[in-house]
Ligand binder design. Structure first.
Ligand SMILES: *Cc1c(COP(=O)(O)O)cnc(C)c1O
Length: 438
């Protein structure tokens, strides 16, 4: 379930602590760790089934550790890009696909998933849902406006339940179409339309696991800090949840590109929408961070009136303000920094020259902010959210001398592709879903 029936986001009534002592999990595999972390949240999937779902979800990763921690210079990078589409979204969407399949099977029903993508989410959702029983997937992307790698990652998937739809329009057009179709309540109910966007709670939960994995791979230090390249506030919100579960993450370094609404919020208390600017870290070109509302909810806790005022003000005017005195004294450990395209390219170059390690542009934003905002006394871990080979033109500009490739991307070359074209019109889209959907 993406949204609650009143249009708000779902949160657990309370954030539980781990049932087992984290120290007992030092030798655990990624799947065992995930199982222990999910267990206190999930009471409607039998333990045996949950174990199988988790094992299956993380067997598709090319590294046996799933999210290996790598030392880069004095610091660390957590590689989140060993899944089928080479971006961190695989970690949640592989799990979500198997959870959906399990629940639909149990309830003997079906789902038509509709999504809009500017690139990464669409391919990760397709990789997570392809071949699943009782699910059809319709992913819209703006024709000609995603990178050729991203388009191939979607259109080379031949499973019969996958439908990549090129829309004759922009990404905003795709999102408007999505909203329009979801607003048609009877269509939504008849066709059992569902979403896989980043506000889905199961995605947030799946992402908390790798923060525990950092702690174990670092040898369980007294405290550590993470630098997280941020767009929709999903990844770093998972860090916040892990911290509330008892993990000693002292600083949550929130890295944005020039789309710095979150940076400005933590500096001034003012949350105000600007125009989106297009940067070299496109997965973070977001102004309204969908998961942020969840954090504001925890900040206000029982002061529900204030919370509602904040949300309503933002919805109606694109701007809302929190009293800085309402934020916890150390901002719950959040510190922020906004990184320009120039600084991103410079960080890719410097890191390569000093260590030989190649960063993707999103990870470079994270590391740059991390180095600025770190506490020097404790380890710094930057989350690597994509493999650099996904961004060949920027890497060519930043590091013309380096060879950046990945066998998964090379293997897409020359594969047959399949996509449908639909004009920017919601009745055409509905007709398409109706004829193909269950
Ligand atoms: C989605 C994405 C991000 C942003 O993550 P959020 O959870 O939206 O903050 C960062 N980097 C890459 C490569 C992504 O695909």
């Amino acid at each position: 379930m993406g949204l609650g029936s009143d249009g708000g986001l779902l949160v657990p009534e309370r954030i539980p602590s781990l049932e087992r002592n984290i120290r007992d999990l030092s030798g655990a595999s990624y799947s065992e760790l995930a199982f222990e972390i999910f267990k206190p949240y999930i009471d409607d999937i039998a333990e045996r089934d949950l174990r199988q779902i988790v094992d299956k979800s993380y067997s598709n990763f090319s590294d046996s550790k799933v999210t290996p921690l790598v030392q880069v210079g004095e610091d660390y990078v957590l590689e989140l890009f060993h899944g089928p589409t080479l971006a961190f979204k695989d970690i949640a969407l592989q799990f979500l696909g198997n959870v959906f399949e399990h629940i639909l099977n149990q309830q003997n029903t079906f789902l038509n998933v509709l999504g809009a993508t500017s690139g990464d989410t669409g391919s990760a959702a397709i990789a997570g849902l392809k071949g699943k029983k009782n699910i059809n997937v319709f992913i819209m992307f703006p024709e000609g406006k995603t990178s050729s790698v991203q388009e191939k990652q979607m259109t080379t998937v031949m499973d019969s339940n996958i439908h990549s739809i090129a829309i004759d329009g922009s990404f905003d057009d795709c999102q408007s179409l999505l909203k329009e179709v979801f607003r048609d309540v009877s269509f939504k109910e008849d066709l059992k339309l569902g979403a896989v966007n980043s506000v889905n709670w199961a995605r947030v939960l799946a992402q908390t696991v790798y923060y525990f994995s950092i702690y174990i791979q670092l040898g369980m230090p007294r405290a550590f800090q993470v630098a997280v390249p941020t767009g929709n506030f999903g990844n770093i919100f998972s860090a916040y949840v892990a911290k509330q579960m008892g993990l000693p993450i002292e600083r949550l370094i929130l890295a944005t590109n020039q789309n710095d609404i979150l940076h400005r919020f933590f500096e001034t208390g003012l949350y105000r929408r600007n125009k989106v600017c297009f940067t070299s870290s496109p997965a973070m070109d977001i102004q309204v961070a969908s998961n942020f509302e969840r954090y504001i909810f925890y900040v206000y806790q029982s002061r529900i009136d204030k919370f509602k005022r904040f949300i309503n003000s933002f919805e109606s005017s694109g701007s809302a303000k929190i009293d800085l005195s309402d934020l916890p004294s150390n901002n719950d450990g959040f510190v922020t920094s906004s990184v320009s395209d120039m600084e991103t390219i410079k960080r890719i170059r410097l890191t390569y020259e000093r260590t030989g390690y190649i960063l993707d542009p999103h990870t470079a934003v994270g590391l740059d902010a991390g180095l600025r905002k770190r506490n020097n006394e404790i380890p710094l871990v930057t989350l690597a959210t994509a493999h650099p080979a996904k961004f060949p033109s920027l890497l060519e500009e930043a590091l013309p001398e380096a060879q950046v490739s990945h066998p998964i991307i090379e293997s897409l070359e020359g594969l047959p592709t399949r996509k449908s074209h639909i004009k920017n019109d919601s009745s055409a889209l509905k007709e398409f879903i109706e004829t193909i959907g269950h």
